[in-house]
Design a protein around this ligand. Structure first.
Ligand code: HEM
Length: 406
């Protein structure tokens, strides 16, 4: 008998852990008095470890455990149980959302990149942009004080030579006029909140902002037309050649009186302005169109892919750029890029306006009446003057227009 009892005890001792394991495990009831019934750190840690979590406390907290909490209730919409995986999927754009209208962009319910964009726009973008423009203006004032107005060195001839035809001046002023309007209205929209509202107040700023936006959106077409005209008319004169090296060697003669490197229709400095206007102008137009028609012309994912393949971002330490962008991210990149290019162009054009007006005697006439003093032309575009005179001589040569004898 003693042996039998011993055998049963030993058997029970072996079986007890196995029996214990088969019992369904009750999630431990945590003490939530400290959190007023809300989840505790321990709950969160358990969920992180993938362990069973007692969610009932939340459902119970709705007051009616069998139905979801009301929409406006503190624990509402998901019936008192939060689904972190769903929120995560919503946040990172991997949730399976179906919408009946509004296209792909309407499926983005949450886009926290918007905050990052806003911080960059209101922070470094505005700050460095303002520094760049103020720095450029300060540089031009300093240059004027040190170098003064670049004068026509030689004796004026009293004769003029046609520098730009009517159509060329029309193209230039269409581009210039629209650019100035775009620059002013763009800056009003960007800096209004920090620069205009404190001065004039919100009520006065509102119509200014509205008008600026309207002008900015509509004048952009004139800019694009001007850009195409200027490109078509002047591209042949802006192809770099050997003469440019001579111009570069003496810094264009900008720093020293009496130095006049040879140049054809456009010198190297002007070629840089031309290509700067064309390349940046094309880029600002493309990003502008993307902003004008939201979500219709996404271009950054594709651009990033091309750049990645070329290895450029990796080369400058930016790593691989993202090639899968949410529609809203595309818009955010378009806005930032549009503004960066605008600042670069405005800085460049400020220098151009300076040298084309107060900075150089006789330069403005080229775009004003189209006729420039012959001596000015000889000093700044000597090779071009020779070309024009040569062409004139040929066309006036005796016999050129003679009617052949019968
Ligand atoms: C009040 C504003 C402006 C003035 C006074 C001005 C003046 C001039 C002058 C005098 C020329 C001819 C230079 C020469 O004879 O060699 C010129 C050329 C040119 N302008 Fe303007 N301009 C202005 C605004 C602009 C703007 C806003 C743009 C473009 C967005 C622009 C783009 C060009 C280009 C591409 C050329 C040909 C290359 C060059 O000469 O630098 N201009 N401008």
């Amino acid at each position: 008998m003693k042996r039998l009892v011993l055998a049963v005890v030993v058997l029970l001792a072996f079986l007890s852990p196995a029996l214990a394991q088969e019992q369904p495990q009750e999630p431990p009831q945590a003490d939530r008095s400290a959190t007023g019934g809300a989840q505790t750190l321990e709950d969160i840690m358990k969920r992180q470890r993938g362990e069973a979590v007692d969610y009932d406390f939340r459902r119970n907290a709705t007051g009616d455990p069998d139905s979801a909490a009301g929409m406006t209730n503190q624990l509402g919409t998901l019936g008192g149980v939060s689904d972190p995986e769903l929120w995560r999927a919503l946040r990172f754009g991997s949730a399976d959302i179906t919408v009946s209208s509004g296209g792909k962009e309407a499926t983005v319910l949450m886009q926290d990149g918007g905050m990052r964009w806003l911080e960059i726009r209101n922070g470094p973008l505005k700050t460095y942009g303002a520094y760049l423009l103020a720095g450029t203006l300060a540089f031009l004032v300093l240059f004027y004080l040190l170098r003064g107005r670049i004068r026509i060195d030689g004796e004026k001839t009293g004769q003029t030579i046609t520098r730009f035809k009517m159509i060329e001046r029309f193209g230039h002023w269409l581009l210039a006029g629209s650019f100035i309007l775009l620059a002013v209205t763009g800056l009003i929209v960007l800096f209004g909140r920090v620069a205009i509202i404190p001065l004039l107040g919100k009520d006065a700023y509102a119509p200014i902002a509205l008008a600026s936006k309207w002008v900015h959106n509509n004048v952009s077409w004139a800019f694009m037309l001007g850009l195409v005209m200027v490109f078509v008319m002047w591209v042949v004169h802006n192809i770099p050649n050997k003469t440019d090296l001579k111009w570069i060697a003496v810094g264009g003669g900008l720093l020293k009186k009496g130095v006049h490197p040879p140049a054809k229709k456009f010198n190297f400095g002007q070629k840089m302005i031309f290509w700067g206007v064309i390349v940046l102008g094309a880029s600002i137009s493309a990003s502008g169109i993307s902003l004008l028609f939201p979500f219709d012309f996404p271009m950054f994912a594709k651009t990033f892919e091309i750049l990645n393949n070329l290895g450029l971002p990796q080369l400058v330490g930016l790593g691989t750029l993202p090639t899968e962008l949410a529609p809203h991210e595309e818009m955010q990149y378009a806005q930032l890029w549009h503004t960066i290019v605008a600042f670069l162009m405005i800085a460049m054009i400020l220098a151009h306006i300076y040298i084309g007006s107060v900075g150089m005697e006789g330069a403005y006439d080229a775009m004003g009446s189209g006729e420039v003093e012959l001596q000015w032309a000889r000093e700044h575009h000597g090779l071009w003057v020779k070309e024009v005179e040569e062409a004139q001589r040929k066309s006036e040569a005796p016999g050129k227009n003679a009617v052949p004898a019968e």
